[in-house]
Unconditional design. Sequence first.
Length: 269
Amino acid sequence: AVLGWGYRASDQRRWAVLHPACGGRQQSPIAIAARQAIPISIPAMELVGYQNPLPGPLTINNNGHSVALTIPKYSSEEEKKGFRLPYIFGGPLDNEYEIESFHFHWGDKNNRGSEHTLNDMRLPLEMHIIHRNKKYRSLAEALQHPDGLCVLAFFYQVVEFDAKLLTPIVKNLSAVENFNTSMQLPHTFSLSSILSGLDTERFYTYKGSLTTPPCAEAVTWVIFSDYLPISVFQMDNFRGLLSNQNLPLVDNFRQLQPLFGRRVFVRIT
Ligand code: B30
Ligand code: ZN
């Protein structure tokens, strides 16, 4: 949008003026409560190609409201050689969804930062891995369909010991301190390496939206209940980034949205 948008409560209340979907009835994030989720027997999520190195060069971008990594598409030459982007299926999904990008939401303090809450808790960091339904050819097209995207959400917990999973990303954050800056990462890595040790068997799922403008109601959310570890030192690297108003880029999470009768499911393990 012309004037952009911000995360202050007074700014968030105005998102729907320029982006009407932000005022809809299937918005994200929401409060997730184990006791209120409906247990269902559904398949595990299958994360295909997550163990392969992501195609390079990976670009890291401070867009003023988050730090995002975009995944380059393989060329037709590379596709002929059999290279494929990571994709997912299973869980609540009826189709295959291919990775697009991933980014983070975090707080100024360790007691906040995540967009979804889990049993009334806010975690200090939440990672979103965005996948596009393969039946749609672009992100823009996918955003126009209720089954357009699947976002995998991962919570982080601050630990005392050295947590190194996010090192390939965190050690480059200082290079994109200012908003509207990007750089190519010197080394690619696999998604499995940043998810190492995570139990993917147990997750919540519900139908929602992008948590930022344009707030398209196109997202099947899959939210893992297991936590990934991050150190205080690594959290401080996120907090050193600058926003589109040249202020510390922190607390980039949206307020909780009403359920309006939607159901939240939890997978039976
Ligand atoms: S989220 O996972 O629900 N937080 C988008 C994707 C996922 C989420 C939020 C937004 C998205 O695709 N937004 C439209 C594209 N963006 C570019 C971008 O990725 O950075 C355009 C924009 O908003 O102006 Cu920010
Ligand atoms: Zn997000």
